[in-house]
Unconditional design. Structure first.
Length: 233
């Protein structure tokens, strides 16, 4: 019988780098069992020098924590902006409720959209519901409204740049100074219309913007128009 002891069996560790990485992922407790290795391992910095594995892990975790903190701050800022927007809409709604006639509705919209929503131009255009589909003797639709057929068919607010014809119809002499606009459809019994908010900033209203606030505003104004005497359309 030999006096030599059999060598202690060690876990088989792969030599291929990808296999080693996979092994460590499958055995995250490896360095707890092989604690001495931590003092021998080092990972190079991008800018030179070396850092221990633990220090490297701390660095990664700090980076992830900073990213999470930034995202949380963005969410908090977004929530704050939404709360302010809701408060402004509430204030605007109360003003519309107090409006006794069509002229007062226009005054409330113009004043509050200019003052609280930084609008550079505010216009409302109303017309009979049949005018959008009426054709002249040549079988052509009203040229001023032809550019808005899709808008009314969709029945949803839109944001972004408008064509010169659309801007001219909505804003008249102010059109050439405007770079972007938000349009809200107005619908009621026997009438259709559009509430247009214009900005001199081409980036102010973008096609990818959320329109939930605009939709709510268009519904409030549409309902109010049913309760006041409208001018001839």
């Amino acid at each position: 019988m030999s006096g030599h002891q059999a060598p202690e069996l060690q876990p088989q560790i792969p030599s291929d780098e990808a296999a080693v990485a996979d092994y460590l992922r499958m055995h995250p407790e490896f360095f707890q069992q092989q604690g001495d290795l931590l003092s021998e391992l080092s990972i190079p910095h991008v800018g030179g020098g070396v850092v221990s594995l633990v220090e490297r892990q701390v660095e990664v975790l700090r980076g992830e924590n900073a990213d999470l903190k930034e995202r949380m701050q963005d969410l908090v800022a977004l929530a704050r902006d939404n709360e302010q927007l809701n408060q402004r809409l509430h204030h605007l709604t109360l003003g519309l409720l107090d409006a006794a006639d069509f002229d007062e509705v226009l005054t409330v919209l113009e004043d509050q959209l200019h003052d609280e929503f930084r609008a550079d131009a505010v216009e409302m255009r109303l017309f009979s519901a049949t005018r959008l589909r009426d054709e002249n003797d040549n079988g052509q639709a009203d040229p001023e409204l032809a550019a808005f057929v899709d808008f009314f068919d969709n029945g949803k607010p839109v944001c972004g740049p408008l064509t010169p014809e659309q801007l001219g119809f909505l804003f008249g002499g102010e059109a050439e100074d405007l770079g972007s606009a938000a349009l809200m459809p107005l619908q009621g019994e026997d009438i259709m219309g559009v509430l247009a908010v214009g900005s001199t900033d081409p980036q102010r209203f973008q096609p990818n913007m959320g329109t939930e606030f605009l939709l709510r505003l268009s519904e409030v104004v549409s309902h109010k128009l049913q309760a006041v005497s409208l001018p001839g359309v």
